[in-house]
Design a protein around this ligand. Sequence first.
Ligand code: TMP
Length: 203
Amino acid sequence: MFITFEGQEGAGKSTQIALLYNYLLARDANVVLTRDPGGTEIAEKIREIVKDVQNAAMSKRAEALLYIAARAQLVEEVIMPQLTGGGIVLCDRFADSTMAYQGFGNGLDVDDLGTIGSFATSGLVPDITFYLRIDAKEGLARKLAQDKLDRIEQKDISYHMDVGLGYEYLAKTQPRRIIVIDGALPQDEVHQLITKHIENLMN
Ligand code: TMP
């Protein structure tokens, strides 16, 4: 089973994915936790490049291709072997992020992104995606309270609002795969909603 988490900055994805990972480990599941971009040596290097505030001059197309390249490496090195072995993969972000950020945020053609994206992943689609919905301003404020903002987080609020519209569009058009969860709810409530869905799926 391939499970992904999506959402805007500060939605609580990383916390929730870690909670679900521990929940599955406690049930002796064969589970791998990874993140996109990242999760392999090469993809972590690409992650540094795309997040680096020094790279303000990065073109929109170069940015999209870097995210997609990182994903190709992650799929081949980590995700596919684990799925082929019958295990579970939990991935912090995946191709929906490219649609939301590079497609809706940066205005690149979503059909092009879909074509290049599925070339990179050999057409792999998550079985279930938890989209943690958060107001863009609120999420960024949460992020800022924790750390300095990276190159993407530093973009202006209208960009982040467009990314949010992208996620809403994806959730509306793929309601069977994408489960929308209110990221403003308390952490333990969000975790319980997620585990309920996972248990239903497993049964
Ligand atoms: P995060 O995983 O710590 O949230 O950081 C990843 C950043 O990269 C985040 O700002 C979203 C952005 N991103 C894209 O713009 N496109 C993508 O395809 C992916 C996977 C992430």
